[in-house]
Design a protein around this ligand. Structure first.
Ligand code: NAP
Ligand code: G4F
Length: 325
């Protein structure tokens, strides 16, 4: 029997990789998108004919409930969110509506329609914030440092609560930063790879960044969606940290990116701009993925260095093709 998966946030970075993975496994993939006046299918253009689309919004309970009732999925991956941390200070209420209460709306739709549906919540290492333990594992207490982080803590606990209250197969994947050539250009890794490519091709001569000392545990998004799927294939629902177990400073990403493009030392190109500093920073994230390794059999394939090189190469190729067109 062909399984059906409903993905919220299918137009995002993770949604695109997850849709590819599920289609390759023979799933019927249904993607929920919000109504827009322009095409938002850029990341899934290559598989758009293989996906069924339904129109809905995490802000709207009615659409969520009728989508779940109509689609009757076996699995739901709730990836939709306002996911950019700086925007969460500018739009804290909306971030709470999408990223926190939106989770309850999907869970309520599941509970009311068919509590047997398996539910995945996209939780985040941002919940650890001002970390109380190094490395961070499933039992590490949360100390979020942004309205986004606070909203994700709510999303995490409401998922645990529905599992415990209603015996639902609801799991929370606590994913550390994961990147790819499909990452939004506002996030630091893609901003760097795009900026380096522009400098390489003579389209720019400097790159303005914020805090170069922040440390993140960066992996490849294509590896991380495998962990999401594995979590929903277990006998017992549980929560998992998904990370590489290595951390690097933003400065390291910058250095390797400039080297990968053959531009040498980054110092003459990079300027620090206070506009990109945050009111409260998450200084250090490093995850302990032991539980995911042991119980899910999950391991990342792509190293940090390969990730940086992949992203720089993709942006150079993309911009070169555009210049040649
Ligand atoms: P992303 O590229 O920003 O994608 C977010 C998706 O959410 C987009 O498809 C967006 O649709 C959709 N969305 C936003 N608000 C919505 C709403 N009100 N109703 C319906 N859809 C809505 O994010 P991502 O990097 O793929 O991340 C996926 C999820 O994992 C997010 O929940 C994020 O917070 C979480 N997460 C990400 C990371 C990471 O490092 N990438 C780490 C931990 C957790 P539009 O195209 O219409 O904007
Ligand atoms: O790339 P970032 O914007 O990602 P951040 O804030 O870590 O959040 C991402 O990962 C989370 C998982 O931990 C997700 F939940 C979340 O949805 C998102 O995907 O910033 C990374 C670091 C920060 O410390 C920031 O201060 O890079 C630093 N940074 C330095 N200069 C910058 C810049 N970040 C951005 N976006 N732009 C800069 O110019």
């Amino acid at each position: 029997m062909k399984k059906t998966a409903l993905i919220t946030g299918i137009t995002g970075q993770d949604g695109s990789y997850l849709a590819e993975l599920l289609l390759a496994q023979g799933y019927r993939v249904v993607g929920m998108t919000r109504r827009t006046s322009t095409d938002v299918h850029e990341r899934i253009q290559h598989i758009v004919d293989d996906i069924e689309f339904v129109s809905g919004d995490l802000l709207d309970q009615t659409s969520m409930t009728s989508i779940v009732a109509d689609v009757m999925p076996d699995e739901i991956y709730n990836l939709a969110a306002q996911s950019f941390v700086p925007t969460s200070w500018q739009q804290p209420v909306l971030t709470g509506e999408f990223t926190a209460l939106g989770v309850t709306r999907v869970l309520e739709a599941v509970r009311a329609t068919n509590p047997k549906i398996r539910f995945y919540q996209a939780s985040s290492s941002e919940m650890f914030g001002k970390v109380t333990e190094v490395p961070q594992r499933e039992s590490t207490p949360f100390y979020p440092r942004s309205p986004y982080g606070v909203a994700k803590v709510y999303g995490h606990w409401i998922t645990v609560n529905y599992r415990e209250s209603y015996d639902m197969f609801a799991v929370s994947g606590i994913l550390f930063n994961h990147e790819s050539p499909r990452r939004g250009k506002e996030f630091v890794t893609r901003k760097i790879s795009d900026g380096v490519a522009r400098i390489k091709l003579g389209l720019a001569n400097r790159l303005a960044l914020g805090n170069l000392d922040a440390q993140r545990d960066w992996g490849f998004a294509g590896d991380y969606v495998r962990a999401m799927w594995l979590m929903l294939q277990q006998d017992v629902p549980d929560d998992y940290v998904v990370a590489t177990g290595r951390t690097h400073r933003v400065r390291d990403f910058v250095r390797i990116a400039f080297e990968a493009a053959g531009l040498g030392s980054f110092e003459k190109y990079v300027v620090q701009d206070p506009r990109f500093m945050r009111p409260a920073e998450v200084d250090l994230l490093i995850g302990d993925p032991t539980k995911a390794h042991e119980q899910l059999g999950w391991k990342p394939d792509v190293s940090f260095e390969q990730l940086v090189e992949m992203m720089v190469r993709a942006d150079i190729d993309r911009l070169s093709a555009r210049a040649g067109a």
